[in-house]
Write a protein that binds this ligand. Structure first.
Ligand SMILES: Cc1ncc(COP(=O)(O)O)c(C=O)c1O
Length: 407
């Protein structure tokens, strides 16, 4: 449904989620389509962090660990993420980065069986493949990287671990978590899901899907800020069977007993390693506050409409860009991507005009649809601006070809 600016404004006025935008401090004149990469700043975060720094750290000093419950922040905030992804409160923990959590869970799970293959998808987010290669090296597994269409068929009698990203970072294609997990389980393999582009973006029910292990980012749809700590999920029934390969004092049953030997804490806490990043977790908690009072189903319904409007406007006004994201909502996540030979230059030209998306090498222009703060008028205006950049060929100006470190 390609809509006019006027129609888009009417859709915004009628949008029951419109008020949620006020929970974010978005700069004037910017159309932010990159919340799938770095979520926008929640309005409450500066004050929340400021208070923690001056009143908790400043006044309580080291006493803050007990007095303000800093020591329990990984579990407490993990429980809040659990509510968004269909897990039990004690199945999710905030810790480390997604890459590090992936390492911990893959090594831990590899020991559950003596099978020899770690299976993943070619074109998976590269950190996942790098971590998988390192884990394979360390544990004596063979890495099998299969094309997406073949992954499920490749699950076999020797598959120990299956590592998949639920929503693909480029195309937004989504695996059927329940079906794939069941298939892997039936074959005797353990699946680890990367939920970086799913958590806070699409409705998830990890328990219902039978998910065993998962990791995900805190800085994307969860709005936790640049470099926010990540999370990991371990299904209740597996927790006591897995050991954290990065066993540190915070994952010990009694960190303050200061014993030489390592005894893992009960439950999810054993997946901690070092001291929790209290400030980072507090910012993540502020990000999670922005979801208060709204269900993932409600957000997803708006995401579907944002997608439809975006897609139709692009087809009408920018047909030279080929959409690589499936149209069917059940087959995708909450971003939309297009292929173009000069995607990098187009992305830079858009940013100069105040439309922030991102570029994924070699030729993908990607836009995040974040229903908490994105409106329909912004989508229509973004496409109009892109159409004008294409028509005028302003993207050909040499400054747009200068490669930045972060794209
Ligand atoms: C699918 C996926 N996994 C992992 C990561 C990286 O996570 P981290 O930097 O927390 O290790 C990203 C970052 O964009 C990602 O898209």
């Amino acid at each position: 449904m390609a809509v006019t600016l006027e129609q888009a404004r009417a859709m915004d006025s009628a949008d029951p989620l419109r008020a949620y935008r006020e929970r974010f401090a978005l700069p004037e004149g910017i159309i932010y389509l990159d919340g799938n990469s770095l979520g926008a700043l929640p309005r409450s975060t500066p004050e929340h962090l400021g208070a923690l720094i001056s009143r908790e750290w400043g006044d309580s000093l080291i006493g803050g660990w007990n007095k303000h419950g800093w020591i329990d922040a990984p579990q407490r905030v993990g429980a809040r993420i659990a509510a968004l992804i269909g897990a039990k409160p004690h199945e999710v923990l905030v810790a480390d980065s997604t890459s590090v959590n992936l390492f911990k869970l893959l090594v831990a799970a590899a020991k559950l069986s003596d099978r020899k293959t770690l299976l993943s998808e070619s074109g998976n987010f590269h950190t996942d493949l790098h971590i998988a290669a390192g884990v394979a090296d360390l544990t004596g597994l063979t890495l099998d990287i299969a094309p997406r269409a073949e992954v499920e068929r490749r699950i076999g009698r020797d598959t120990n671990l299956l590592l998949l990203t639920h929503v693909h970072y480029k195309s937004a294609e989504k695996f059927d978590m329940a079906a794939v997990t069941a298939r892997a389980k039936a074959a005797g393999a353990t699946t680890v899901w990367d939920l970086s582009h799913s958590a806070g973006a699409v409705p998830l029910d990890l328990n219902k899907a039978g998910a065993e292990l998962a990791v995900g980012c805190g800085y994307k749809y969860l709005n936790g800020g640049p470099g926010a700590p990540a999370f990991l999920y371990v299904a209740e029934g597996l927790q006591e069977r897995l050991g954290n390969p990065l066993q540190g004092w915070m994952g010990h049953a009694e960190p303050f007993a200061f014993t030489d030997d390592y005894r893992p804490a009960e439950g999810i806490s054993r997946f901690l390693t070092g001291t929790p990043p209290v400030l980072g977790i507090a910012a993540l908690e502020g990000g999670l506050d922005t979801f208060e009072g709204v269900t993932m189903e409600r957000l997803w319904r708006k995401s579907i409409t944002l997608f439809d409007v975006f897609h139709a406007c692009m087809e009408r006004h920018c047909p030279e860009l080929a959409c690589i994201t499936p149209r069917a909502p059940e087959q995708r996540g909450s971003h939309i991507s297009f292929r173009h030979e000069h995607a990098y230059e187009l992305c830079q030209a858009l940013i100069e005009k105040g439309v922030i998306g991102d570029f994924r090498a070699p030729d993908v222009l990607r836009f995040g649809l974040t229903p908490l703060y994105l409106g329909f008028e912004e989508v229509v205006r973004a496409v109009d601006i892109l159409a004008e950049i294409l028509r005028s060929e302003s993207w050909r100006e040499p400054r747009f070809a200068v490669r930045l470190k972060v794209t």
